[in-house]
Design a protein around this ligand. Sequence first.
Ligand code: AMP
Length: 436
Amino acid sequence: MEFRAVRGMKDILPEQAVRWQRLEATIRSVVERYGFGEVRTTVIEATELFVRQVGEGTDIVEKEMYSFERHGDALTVRPEGTAGVARAYVQHALQAREPVTRWYYLGPMFRAERPAKGRFRQFYQAGCEHFGDPGPLCDAEMIGMAAEVLQALGLRDFAVHVSSLGSGDARARFREALRAHFEPLRAELSADSQRRLDSNPLRILDSKDERDREAIARAPSLLGLLGGEDARHFEDLRRYLGALGIAPVIDATLVRGLDYYTRTVFELRATAGELGAQDALLGGGRYDGMVQGLGGPAVPAIGFAMGLERILSLLEEGPPASGPDCYLAPLCEAGRARALVLGKELRTAGLRCELDGRGLSLRAMLRRANALGSRLCLLVGEEEIGRAVITVKDLARHEQVEIPWEQAAETLARRLASSPAPAANAARAPGEADEA
Ligand code: AMP
């Protein structure tokens, strides 16, 4: 029987993982400058958490969750990050410790969606959540930060879509207005949308089904129904975004696929590249009711999550991982033990070493050292052991020297610091910024 990764899920091998590490380092460095600290919540949560917070009528809860029962508990492998982060915020009573909390997370999410380009069943998200500030300034700063993350990664071709879902009354009025609009068109709608007309008409606006397109285009806009504080919040948000030089697309059809949002919602969408319908790079919004809904105090919150596969698909390949500093090539049995110990000493001194223990010919080991892009190849044979030396083949400079076993690490480190990296390897200097 041949095992393969589960459909819609992918392995990330080391040569690709380098790109992921760079991406993640850039995200961390930008959001940490804004005061966000990393939170690592559990990957499995009570199913009820998502049913209640993400919402019963949503695609995620209706058909995409990996849920199971164990020892009488109904559990779900997280389909998104916000509900778990809010759960942790309430559980650890963060509001009692600090008035404002800024958290970010990075990790895999799981949704049994139909796999497509840019849509996976296990995918990675980085997300930020900001608790304790209800104001539009906070919304604008967060949207600006999201744009800055994309820019720091080298992305220029994206558009900022914003809208407001209002709160309380406006939301209820909108639901009724949508029902009144779609009801006469019921027969023309897709089966999903017909069902949602009864359960959650807002969801219809999210539909990508061709049959729903026209009816959606003519649907009333919630923005027109916003009143009082909701309207002011949205106006202020637009003004602050303007101050940041962001000209958003005001997009009344933006409802996002989750139920918990109130007021501000936003998406940053790719405007170039091959993502097609899957062009949303990140999405988020305000969820002022969630903390209270989870049994906590009335703490407002806003957050977003970005899809790392989609972002990576738009980035250049970048330089490959650099090869080892030293390739250890023992030439006899005694040399094998000596190379084993030498490797340990060199690594302790901070050098990256690979030991070839396969007992191959010198030629074969040199070929491997070159293929890896190693800078030095260290030969340890009978000759060398007899005289307590190591033969160093400098693969970048194409020269060969002998160095004494004593203080080999210092001698090699000095040589590495002064010699160029081999061209094929294009290794980055240690400490060089990790930003793509
Ligand atoms: P959401 O949690 O649905 O608001 O999605 C936030 C972001 O996560 C999206 O803008 C995508 O970039 C990414 N995303 C969501 N679902 C998937 C998926 N199935 N596969 C890959 N990326 C996804």
